[in-house]
Every structure is written in C-alpha cells, then in structure tokens.
Design a protein around this ligand. Structure first.
Ligand code: NAD
Length: 424
C-alpha cells in the first residue's frame, strides 16, 4: 500500500489504516485494490472568517472528507470540536463507509468538522461560522453528492442553519441536503434518539444472545451527550439496567448501588454539564472504565480503550457507541479475551444514526413522512439483520466481531468497485 498523504497525519487516521490493513490481509485483497478502497476520494479544507462579538475577526478551519462515491452519495456527520483536523475527519469518513456498507445503505462515508469549541462561541457566532461553513462547501455537496448530518458538538439548530444556507443559495428549500434537522423542518421522527436507541437495542440483543436478563444488569457510560444519554436512558427506564458509572468531559461518577437518572436529568436542565452534579461520588475518569460492570458503553471520543486498559476491563459487553473508541493494540488484547467480553464494534453499534438519517433523506426526497413506530421498526430490523450477519460470520470463520463486521463491509465496497470498474 502507498504511504497515505501527509495531510492525514493523525492517530485516528493511523488507526483506520491499521484496521484496514488487517482486514485487507485477512480477506486477501489484491494489492491493486487496497489504495483505491482506503484513500479518500475528496478532502476539502476551507477557511472560515467570522466577525466576533467583540469586533475582531477569527478565521476558523473547516474540513469535509468524502471517502468513496461508488455506492451512491456520501453521507456523514459534522463535528465541532477542538480536536478536529483533516486526519481525524478522514478516519471518521472511512469508518462511515464501512458502517453504511454493513447496514446495506446506498452511501459512501463522509465526515466534516470545524476546529472549535462550540461552548466558547455565542449563538450569533455559532450561526455565522455554521453558515459560512455550508456556504464554502456548496460546490462540493448536494443531495445526490454528499449529505451532511450532526456529530459531536452539533445539533438540530446547526443542521437547520446548514439547510437554510444551502436552500437560500439554490432559491428553494432543499431539506434533503442535511439530516438531523428539526422534525418540523423536514427532519425525521426519532432521528435525534436513533443512535442511542440503536446502541440500547444491540446491547439488549447481545444480552439475549448471552442469555442474561437485562433487569439488574449494571452499565457504565462514558459521555453523556446525545448518544450516551439516550442509550443510558433507554437501558435504565425501559430495561431496568442499573447505571453505576457516568461521565462527560468535565466529571466522572461511580456508585455501585446505581445512579438516579431522574436526578441527572434535573441537573442537566439547569447546568450545561455534569461538573457540579452531587448525586453520586466522583471517580477518576480512567478508573471508571475499568470498574466491574455488565455493560461498558464508551460514547464520547476515540481511542479511550487502549493497550494500557484493555486488559483491565471488567465488563461482559463492550458496546462501542463512539466512533473508534478502541485502538488496534487494545483489539489484540480483546481478541484474546473473546470469550469474556462480547464486543459490539462501532460500525455496527452506532449505526442507528446513519440508518435513520437515511430514512430522513428518503422521506425528504419523496416528501412523504413516516411515524415514529414505522421508523423504530425499520431501524431495529436493519440493526438486527446486521447483528445476525456479524455473529454468523464470526462463528463460521471463528473470528472476533470487529473483524467479521469489517469483513462484510469491506467486501461489499470492494465488490461494488470491482463491478463498476475503473474509469480509464
Ligand atoms: P455530543 O457532543 O452530543 O456528546 C459528547 C459527550 O461526550 C458530551 O457529554 C461530552 O462532554 C462527552 N465527552 C467529550 N470528551 C469526553 C471525554 N474525554 N471523556 C468523557 N466524556 C467526554 O456527541 P454525540 O453526538 O453524543 O457523539 C458521541 C460519540 O458518538 C462520538 O464518537 C460520535 O462520533 C459518535 N456518534 C454519534 C452519532 C450521532 O448521531 N450523534 C452517530 C454515530 C456515532
């Protein structure tokens, strides 16, 4: 394989490359096909000058990476975070491709983002930078080219600004350019909850597979944003799972007797984060991950399960709600602990978001909307099919679940590329 271009230098990108190399070796993929499968088709960087409230001007940097356009338009979220760089966004776009292929969606992967901390901007500044980002991306995106969505640090309001900016440019409303919009602006019922709900659905599916009853099980959730909170609440309120560990970027809590999520919700109605939550004892965030529990859900950032803590995990199920939470070094350890820890890999575990985003796009294109029950039924059917396929492949070939999931996904993209052929 070629050495990837230096613009992608980033540990998350190295991780995506290493995962791909392992799966390409496992599948014996011809060396002529490897770079074509791995390297992103388009990588765009934009400068985003914004008037600040104090009268100064700041130029933010925005990115969008479209991994492959072989199976339809690209699809992917938009991350607003200080960590955002081209390599991280490229890695996320690659994982998105495998996720879409595993779920059988007619998309390649994409991802975008702006390097900023949204909490350091006023609402007016946030709107200005969001609109400027979409404005700069107009030549490269479109409902049949690349469809944006939310990710860490972005929400329905930002998706509405993206949609409005694109629509004003086109002269008519183009709701299908973006997913994760408010429902009254062409969003889909259940989109906001979809990723977390999908995570909870697969956790229950895995518990059922292991013949463990959810009632009384314990869970630790890292990251209490969109995905982590919905997954935790679904498990807590619907399935009777005890949440014994909980964290966000500001604080981590642990209580083996269980944390009262009603209290957490009340706290978050009045505070922006968990920093001053008093309903449970504080714990070192790293230590929280290695406490005994039935279900561990990393739902924040990448590379938190690594070579130094993978051997110390004390969970029965590791449900990867975040993208890329486990490093290849940790995978080597988890592969050896295959019979102790059932790993639900990220490209399967958090696929609920892109699946309902796909529903949103389809509903917008046909201007015909489905109700929440229809959405949930279709979502769970696709997730159940993907879970069953991964379990079957893992069993047949005696391989870990991540390898099985990646094998199915990468093979599908490879087949599509080979069948379409190479344009001269
Ligand atoms: P979010 O911005 O809504 O929430 C992120 C949460 O993680 C916040 O509570 C934040 O405080 C916390 N956090 C950040 N850094 C942390 C750290 N080092 N330790 C502990 N907590 C930390 O983001 P989200 O949309 O919930 O996304 C979370 C993860 O799920 C990301 O990896 C994202 O790529 C992935 N994901 C999101 C979606 C989606 O639909 N939103 C879909 C698929 C995957």
């Amino acid at each position: 394989m070629l050495t990837p271009p230096a613009i992608y230098a980033d540990p998350a990108f190295d991780m995506a490359v290493e995962q791909f190399r392992l799966i390409a070796d496992y599948l014996n993929i011809d060396h002529n096909d490897r770079d074509r499968l791995l390297l992103p088709k388009r990588a765009i960087t934009v400068a985003l000058p914004v008037h600040r409230d104090d009268g100064s001007t700041t130029v933010f940097t925005g990115y969008r990476v479209q991994h492959h356009l072989t199976m339809g338009p690209t699809k992917g979220g938009t991350r607003f975070a200080p960590s955002v760089n081209m390599g991280e966004i490229a890695a996320l776009s690659i994982w998105m491709s495998w996720k879409c292929a595993l779920a059988g969606l007619p998309y390649g992967g994409a991802k975008g983002g702006i390097t900023l901390n949204p909490r350091e901007l006023s609402i007016r500044e946030l709107e200005a930078v969001s609109r400027r980002y979409m404005q700069e991306m107009i030549p490269f995106v479109g409902p049949h080219t690349d469809i944006m969505g939310p990710d860490m640090g972005t929400n329905e309001q930002i998706m509405a600004w993206f949609m409005d900016t694109y629509s004003v440019h086109m002269g008519h409303t183009v709701s299908e350019i973006v997913t994760g919009k408010p429902v009254f602006l062409g969003g889909s019922a259940g989109r906001r909850e979809s990723t977390g709900r999908g995570v909870a659905f697969l956790v229950e599916r895995a518990l059922d597979f292991l013949k463990i009853k959810p009632e009384g099980c314990t869970a630790i959730v890292q990251g209490f944003g969109n995905v982590g909170s919905v997954a935790a609440e679904a498990l807590y309120y619907k399935s009777g799972v005890k949440i014994i560990g909980l964290s966000d970027a500001y604080a981590a809590f642990y209580d083996p007797k269980g944390i009262d999520l009603d209290q957490v919700q009340v706290h978050l109605r009045n505070h922006p984060d968990l920093a001053n939550f008093t309903g449970a004892s504080r714990i070192d965030p790293e230590e929280m991950l290695v406490q005994p529990c039935d279900i561990l859900i990393p739902a924040a950032v990448d590379r938190v399960i690594n070579g130094s803590n993978a051997g110390r995990l004390q969970c029965r199920i590791l449900a990867e709600a975040a993208n890329g939470p486990t490093t290849p070094e940790a995978d080597v350890i988890l592969d050896q602990r295959y019979n102790e820890i059932l790993l639900i890999p990220d490209i399967l575990c958090n696929a609920g978001g892109v699946i309902v985003s796909y529903f949103e796009w389809v509903q917008d294109l046909q201007n015909f909307f489905w109700n929440e029950t229809e959405i949930a039924d279709r979502l769970f059917r696709i997730m159940d099919g993907a879970f069953t396929a991964v379990v079957k492949r893992a069993k047949t070939e005696k391989i870990p679940y991540r390898r099985a999931a990646l094998a199915i996904a990468v093979e599908r993209v490879l087949k599509a590329k080979q069948t379409r052929g190479l344009f001269p």
